[in-house]
Design a protein. Structure first.
Ligand code: BGC
Length: 768
């Protein structure tokens, strides 16, 4: 695999400008702070190929559904992550020529994403068609301290001329979504205004009525000294700019510092937005660029304290894991329970809505171990608050009595997916939501969550499963017909082993939690029973019957669980025998051919073995792994990590490492040939899992942290921090053995290779 970006422990570096690679770089160099984010578009005009992207978390547009053949039950709209006003823009005119890297001769081009301190830097020289040569340096970031703000320092040095330089910072709300279904523009203008050194645009989304005020304030410096601005406002629909013409002198730097902010009506009254925006702009410009940059470095240092994974002996792996952790922290900070983690975060439009099962199945473990428990709690509360809509969604499909089907993709709780084989059939997502509750509680011991919120969600999910199965007179078993498992390369199948297993487990876990809640707070339990009209005796009797009589497809001869009843009817071919010219299948084969083949997109049976590994002996896991992995094409970014963890568990260190590399450098090396659309944010949590749960062998067993680590052969050591129930540990695995250092909190007993080890506060234990 060609490594386009330079390898560095803390930076992603691009040297030389390659327009063909620009959209990929725009994704990889994306910036965000949980509240807003953007692709790494250029500040100045660029007429080459680009995907412009600025996003404000939680602000979406319900784009009217577009399908070829409408099916009853389809959602009316697809809630899209919305391309919002561009606040980075700075047009540069050199005498009368526009600076545009698609038209200039570019040299010395370098982009650098500094992940340690959280900023993007770009340097280049550009020669215009008329021969004017300039040198440019820009630094920008989305503030982690003030999450509604961002700033840019843009410096130009004329290298071979004295002459007029026109600098026009602007805010442009006249933007479109590339994936708009009907080529509509999603924003209307509410108001705008310009002053001598700034301006704002307030926009309202059509239909949803979100209002976002985006503003700027700027300062100009020549040779480092602030200069007075004589400016000219420019206004057109949804656009404001302030044009400044100055006399530039050869060798003398001219700098514009542009402060920007995005405030949304999610957090303020619409009529107060401009006043609050001005306050924010004043506050950050009073602070100044240097102070903001220093604060940014401190905020990131704090994040890295808990999040970093240090790998010694392999810079490429080190860079990759930090890139994944960096992007996850840029996407979601856990401050706001209305927000979630879109598969593309703030790096692109694809996948529309912000929430998939990815959050519960992949992201939750990352946030549990690297952030305060309130972060994961907020992710769970997001779903709790959308329970009503999940119940409505199930009702629309014909379910009743408070059964809930959470959407395949959503922002506000409403189902947005509109392909019947996924919308109606890929229902395993419901189980992932229950699993996340289980995972959260086993990790944090926050049983109060179950009492106040968790059980209500669990019962609604259990109700769904109990209605979704049916009794087969033929098999004398409960069956689940017409589903799609995690492997989206077969649809409308019967008895997906993973879904059946998960459904039965959900009912089992719900009953376990009912007992816990009764014990913890009888009164609250009674109130819940009343609120949701829960007939415990009757409903749990049904759950028990289903659990005892569920059909789990199994092949006696191979002794493996069958992905679905008909899986072995398919022609059995292995991926190793599939010519590379056919890959990726989803780009090279017709859908029909994919559906009839035995090739698997991502972990399916193996996803179940990963979730419920304690229920199966190692040989069962091995047989299934050895059967399914060779049939898996890993064409979902979510696939390699689960395989890495299972391979590690099976002691296959080489394969575990191979899968790890595939997930870790997926976007940096553009493995799936789709990074130009945005980065695979949710699978980045899977990368973290590959290291901590795979190589570190970390699990929670009966309320205790347990480690079963090994050191990948290429590495000298790796170490990670993990917070667990108020205690912070640093775990280091090196050629000398395992060191666990207690950094914060109370004494803790952990299991290392199955043996209990007490780690006292501030102490270190070393095991060879
Ligand atoms: C995967 C799904 C996933 C979605 C969003 C699809 O390609 O098959 O499992 O939820 O991407 O990441």
């Amino acid at each position: 695999m060609k490594q386009y970006f330079k390898v560095d422990e803390w930076k992603i570096i691009e040297e030389g400008f390659d327009p063909h690679h620009h959209k990929i770089a725009e994704s990889v160099f994306s910036l965000g702070n949980g509240r807003m984010g953007q692709r790494a578009n250029f500040e100045e005009a660029y007429s080459g190929e680009t995907l412009q992207g600025n996003y404000v978390a939680g602000v979406y547009y319900p784009d009217k559904t577009r399908v070829g053949w409408w099916k009853n039950g389809y959602p009316e709209y697809f809630a899209k992550v919305l391309n919002a006003a561009n606040w980075i823009g700075i047009d540069i005119l050199i005498e009368n020529e526009q600076l545009d890297l698609a038209k200039c001769e570019v040299s010395g081009f370098r982009r650098e994403l500094n992940m340690k301190e959280g900023y993007l830097k770009r340097n280049f020289r550009a020669k215009t068609e008329g021969g004017k040569l300039i040198e440019v340096e820009t630094i920008r970031f989305c503030s982690m301290v003030d999450d509604e703000a961002g700033t840019i320092q843009y410096t130009i040095i004329p290298l071979n001329f004295n002459g007029a330089l026109t600098i026009t910072p602007f805010i442009d709300g006249d933007v479109v979504n590339e994936d708009a279904n009907y080529n509509e523009k999603f924003w209307d203008e509410v108001k705008k205004g310009t002053g001598k050194d700034g301006g704002y645009v307030q926009l309202r989304t059509k239909k949803t009525g979100f209002e976002v005020a985006t503003g700027m304030k700027f300062t100009l410096l020549q040779e480092g000294k602030v200069i007075p601005v004589s400016s000219q406002p420019v206004e057109r629909e949804k656009y404001i700019a302030v044009k400044v013409v100055l006399e530039a002198a050869q060798g003398k730097p001219v700098t514009i510092i542009k402060y920007a902010a995005n405030l949304s009506s999610q957090n303020y009254k619409a009529e107060e937005l401009i006043e609050k925006l001005q306050e924010t702009l004043q506050r950050i410009s009073d602070k100044g660029f240097e102070t903001m940059l220093a604060e940014q470095a401190t905020a990131w240092a704090k994040k890295w304290e808990n999040n970093d994974i240090i790998i010694e002996g392999d810079v490429s792996a080190q860079q990759a894991i930090r890139f994944n952790i960096f992007q996850l922290n840029q996407t979601y900070t856990g401050e706001d329970d209305r927000l979630n983690i879109g598969p593309k975060g703030f790096t692109g439009e694809k996948y529309g809505g912000s929430t998939y099962w990815d959050t519960e199945a992949y992201c939750v473990p990352f946030y549990l171990s690297t952030a305060d428990q309130k972060v994961t709690r907020n992710l769970l509360l997001y779903r709790y608050k959308q329970l009503g809509k999940a119940i409505e969604n199930a009702k629309l499909l014909g379910f009743k009595d408070g059964a809930a089907l959470y959407p395949m993709v959503t922002i506000d709780g409403t189902e947005c997916h509109n392909e019947w084989e996924i919308t109606f059939e890929e229902i395993h997502r419901n189980g992932a939501i229950a699993y996340a509750i289980f995972n959260y509680v086993r990790y944090t011991d926050d049983e109060a969550y179950l009492v106040d919120y968790g059980l209500e969600v669990l019962i609604a999910i259990a109700r769904f499963w109990s209605q979704r199965v049916n009794w087969s007179g033929e098999r004398k078993k409960y069956v689940m017909l017409g589903v799609t498992g995690p492997n989206e390369y077969e649809n409308n199948i019967n008895n997906n082993w993973y879904t059946n297993t998960l459904a039965a487990w959900c009912m089992e876990y719900t009953m376990e939690v009912i007992e816990k809640v009764k014990l913890a707070d009888q009164a609250k339990y009674a109130a819940l029973v009343n609120k949701i009209q829960f007939n415990e005796e009757q409903e749990t009797a049904k759950y028990k019957d289903i659990i005892q009589n569920m059909h789990y497809p199994y092949d006696e001869q191979l002794q493996v669980f069958l992905q679905q009843d008909g899986y072995l009817d398919k022609e059995q071919v292995l991926v190793k025998d599939l010519p590379m010219a056919y890959r990726p299948l989803n780009q090279k084969w017709s859908w029909d051919r994919i559906l009839r083949s035995c090739f698997i997109k991502q972990a399916d049976v193996l996803q179940g073995l990963y979730f419920f590994e304690d229920r199966y002996d190692i040989e069962t896991i091995r047989r299934n792994f050895d059967f399914y992995e060779p049939r898996t094409v890993h064409e979902s970014s979510l696939s390699p990590c689960v395989h890495a963890i299972l391979a590690a568990k099976l002691g296959d260190e080489a394969r575990a490492y191979e899968f790890y590399l595939r997930t870790a450098r997926l976007d940096i090396d553009n493995y799936n040939n789709d990074t130009q659309d945005g980065c695979h944010i949710t699978s980045m949590a899977g990368t973290w899992m590959s290291v901590v749960q795979g190589f570190g062998g970390m699990r929670v067993r009966e309320g205790q942290l347990s480690f079963h680590p090994f050191l990948p052969g290429k590495w000298q050591s790796f170490s990670f921090n993990v917070s667990f129930r108020g205690t912070l540990l640093n775990v280091k695995i090196s050629k000398n053995g395992v060191n666990i250092e207690h950094l914060l909190g109370k004494d803790l007993t952990v299991l290392v290779y199955g043996k209990e080890q007490l780690i006292k506060s501030n102490a270190i234990i070393s095991l060879s």
